[in-house]
Every structure is written in structure tokens, then in C-alpha cells.
Design a protein around this ligand. Structure first.
Ligand code: SF4
Length: 451
């Protein structure tokens, strides 16, 4: 549990000297409790108090880094059970399994293709798990090294035998792979993880993980990932929920690590569903064996949706966007700067191939009807955006006619008065735009011009 201001105050010198920039120790304690100041800003706090405060304020779940350099994966450091209480901080790694006996070139090509763009963000598979099905350390090392060279992604090395795993992990230690000995880590692997500072998988039931993580920690291993092994979705979910709860409540400190789960059994659709289910409920890494885009994209979409900060609306920059190289006789569509709305409009305009401009009005990331109801997408705001972006200057008459969404047709009259221009009312849904742009827009412009 987080320390209260009074808990912190008890550990301060209580001299009210003001050297921390705050008049009293109590006021300083309140700032520390609300994370607006760090304990170190008091130059007089004792070493014992500093240690006590440091331990108590440590994150309930450790931040674990897998891989090195730009492509590293960071998981854990979560502080809440529910996204609406704050936000989830680190997206789970989505890992595709590769057997070290497979054709690595073919597999690397398939994994590289699992890369998509959605609402302006690149989403992709960001981890590769290599399984030592050959039983040979040299083969595991060679396959993992080749995959890393081709993809640059963090690695998870998996083997039944500690000898093969230790051999490969020892040689690839600079890449900081996550190492997993199936069934749980033996002493040799724990020793290697401590010596090379590698993240280690601790496998078993919650009770087994609790004692194995404590054992590994006592041996000097700093970074760990818990894993229930190959279990069904219900058991996996139970493990994830109990481990997160134990970590957040700080009831079992050895369970204060992120969790890796396997969704690699079953047919591809089942794997995809299971993986989505784990992403939604606390997974730190999800392993799949499927590598087809149609099964991976739903998992990446789920991850993107869950790990968006719920307190920050997803929005694009409010401005005028050119699509398909418009000229001075092109349509001018008006919409809001809510990402989902903007990208829905954009994708329909792109597919229509009609050169068009899209004016994204600043509605603080809210959708058309929400923004209109909140008085952020009325005639005044649209008119201001038209003027500020010089949208009309790029068009000649009679094409200077903004097309507003059909959902806010009600503002058309007022907008005509505000902007001094005729206004067209477009379709209610973005899906109606291709037909509107190709077949209706020009007729309406010419009709209005001749009227
Ligand atoms: S510097 Fe330390 S002792 Fe002085 S007022 Fe601030 S918290 Fe209190």
C-alpha cells in the first residue's frame, strides 16, 4: 500500500527548516505522498529513514527489461488492478514461438510481416521465443542469433535441459534474453542468471513461484518473470489475477514480478482468443505459435486498446490534411480530431481515391456527436478552424464549400452565417464517403452554383 503523508512525516526530522523549499515538514510529506517531491529533496533525512521510505515506496511490481538497445522490451511496474484507477504502464510483449529446427529465414520473414498501422500507431509483434527442440545448445544459439540479426527483437530462450540453455544464454548474454527452463529453473540456470544479470522465468503454481522467486532472489537474480506453465485459459487467468493482486497489495513480495503466459496450444483462432483474454487481464508476455496476420492482428489491437491511457483522449493534430494530392477543385471534409473518427474518414477517402482535404477540428479528441453535445463542434468552432487553417484559400469558387458530417446537419445554417460560405451535408457514417465523393459531391456543387 502507498505511504500516507502522515507515515512519511513520522520519518522526517520535523524541524521545519524549509531547506526543501517547503515551509514545513508536514507540507513536504504531503508532497512526497502525492509524488510531487522526492524524499531526497530533504537534505536532513536520516539514512535509516531514507532506506525505509525507499523500500516502502518501491513499485509493487518490478520493471523487467528483456533485450538491449532500442528494441528492448520493458514489462511490469504496474500499480493498479483496474485501468480506470490510473492506467496500465507497460504493454505486454507479444511473442511468436520458433523451433530452432525450423527454417529461420522463412520464419523471420513471416514475423517481420506481423507489423501494422492502426489509428496512427505502428503495432507489431515485439518479441521472439526460440525453443530448443533440437536439444543442442549450439543450435539454439545459432537460431536465436540469426533471428535477432534479422528482426532485432528481444529474445526468449526456452529449453528442457539446463545445459543447452546455459550454453546458448551464456553466449548471447549481451542480448539480455529472457531464459526459461521448462518445469522451473535449476541451480545452474539461477547461477548463470545471477552472474550474467539475465532475466529468468520462474515456473510453477503460485506457491511454487513464491518460493522459487525468493530462492532466485537470495541467489542474486534481480529480474524475474513468473509463469504458470502450460495451463488452460481459466487457470491462466486465475494465476494472472492472483499474482497481480498479491503484487499490488504487497502481500507476497516474491510475486511482485510480471507474468508470462502461453496461448500456444489449440488451433489458431483459439490461440488468438486466448491471447486477447490474457492481454486484457494482466499478462506481461503472451506466447503464441501462430504467425498469420489474421490471428495476430486482433491480439495487437486488443493490446493497443487496453494500454491507451484512459485519461488522455486519443487524438490527431487539429489541422488541414491533404489526401490523394488535392487541388483547388477538391472536396473539403470537416470532422473532429478524435483519432478513431479521423482515421475512419481518412481510410474511406483513401479508398475512394478522390483527391480531398480533411479538416480535423480541435474537439479535444472527442467524436462528432460527443463534441457537438459538449459545444466543441458547433458552427463557431468549425468556422474558426476554417479560418485558422486557411482551408478556403486552397480552393477556388464554387468549391469553397465545407462538407460537414451528416450527424451534425443541424449546424449547417448557422455555419453558413458564421463562415459566409455555402455548406454541404455529407453522409452520417464514414462508410458512405466513397460513394458521396465519387457520385454526389460534384453534382451538389454544380447544382448549388447554378441555383
Ligand atoms: S528540509 Fe527536511 S527538515 Fe527541513 S522542512 Fe524540509 S522536510 Fe523538514
Amino acid at each position: 500500500m502507498a505511504l500516507t503523508g502522515l507515515d512519511i512525516y513520522k520519518l522526517l526530522p520535523k524541524t521545519n527548516c524549509g531547506d526543501c523549499g517547503v515551509p514545513t515538514c508536514l507540507a513536504f510529506a504531503m508532497k512526497v505522498a502525492s509524488k510531487q517531491a522526492a524524499v531526497d529533496e530533504c537534505p536532513h533525512v536520516s539514512e535509516d529513514a531514507r532506506n525505509e521510505l525507499g523500500a516502502a515506496s518501491a513499485p509493487p511490481q518490478k520493471l523487467v527489461t528483456i533485450g538491449s538497445g532500442d528494441g528492448k522490451l520493458q514489462i511490469g511496474n504496474e500499480t493498479v488492478m483496474f485501468r480506470h484507477d490510473e492506467k496500465f504502464h507497460h504493454k505486454p510483449g507479444i511473442a511468436v514461438m520458433v523451433e530452432d529446427t525450423e527454417d529461420i529465414d522463412v520464419k523471420a520473414e513471416k514475423i517481420a510481416a506481423l507489423h501494422f498501422e492502426r489509428i496512427g500507431e505502428e503495432i507489431f509483434v515485439d518479441t521472439v521465443a526460440v525453443n530448443c527442440s533440437s536439444g543442442e545448445g549450439a543450435s539454439l544459439k545459432e537460431a536465436a542469433q540469426a533471428l535477432h540479426d534479422k528482426l532485432g527483437l528481444p529474445l526468449i530462450l526456452i529449453a528442457e535441459e539446463a545445459t543447452a540453455l546455459c550454453e546458448a544464454a551464456g553466449e548471447l548474454a549481451e542480448l539480455r534474453p529472457l531464459i526459461w527452463q521448462r518445469g522451473g529453473p535449476g541451480d545452474a540456470l539461477i547461477e548463470l542468471a545471477a552472474e550474467k544479470k539475465l532475466p529468468l522465468v520462474v515456473e510453477g503454481t503460485l506457491e511454487e513461484c513464491d518460493s522459487a522467486a525468493q530462492k532466485a532472489k537470495d541467489a542474486g537474480v534481480e529480474d524475474m518473470v513468473l509463469c504458470p506453465g502450460e495451463v488452460g485459459p481459466a487457470e491462466g487467468l486465475e494465476f494472472l489475477t492472483c499474482a497481480r493482486r498479491a503484487a499490488i497489495n504487497k502481500t507476497h513480495r516474491p510475486l511482485g514480478y510480471p507474468v508470462m503466459v502461453c496461448a500456444w496450444a489449440g488451433d489458431p483462432a483459439q490461440q488468438s482468443l486466448e491471447a486477447c483474454h490474457y492481454v486484457a487481464k494482466y499478462a506481461g508476455i503472451v506466447l503464441l505459435s501462430v504467425d498469420s496476420p489474421e490471428y495476430i492482428l486482433p491480439v495487437l489491437t486488443m493490446r493497443q486498446s487496453i494500454y491507451i491511457d484512459p485519461q488522455v483522449p486519443v487524438q490527431v493534430e487539429p489541422k488541414l490534411y491533404d489526401v490523394n494530392e488535392p487541388d483547388d477543385k477538391s472536396p473539403l471534409l470537416v470532422t473532429t480530431n478524435f483519432s478513431l473518427t479521423y482515421y475512419s474518414v481518412l481510410s474511406e477517402v483513401e479508398s475512394s481515391r478522390v483527391p480531398t482535404r480533411i479538416l480535423a477540428v480541435d474537439t479535444e479528441g472527442t467524436s462528432v456527436l460527443t463534441a457537438w453535445a459538449a459545444d466543441k463542434f458547433g458552427a463557431e468552432q468549425v468556422s474558426e478552424a476554417l479560418e485558422k487553417t486557411g482551408a478556403f484559400e486552397a480552393l477556388e469558387e464554387p468549391y469553397r464549400r465545407p462538407v460537414i458530417p451528416g450527424l451534425v446537419a443541424v449546424i449547417s445554417g448557422e455555419l453558413e452565417e458564421e463562415s459566409g460560405s455555402s455548406v454541404l451535408v455529407g453522409p452520417k457514417e464514414a462508410s458512405g464517403l466513397p460513394n458521396y465523393l465519387k457520385n454526389e459531391w460534384k453534382k451538389l456543387i454544380l447544382f448549388q452554383d447554378s441555383a
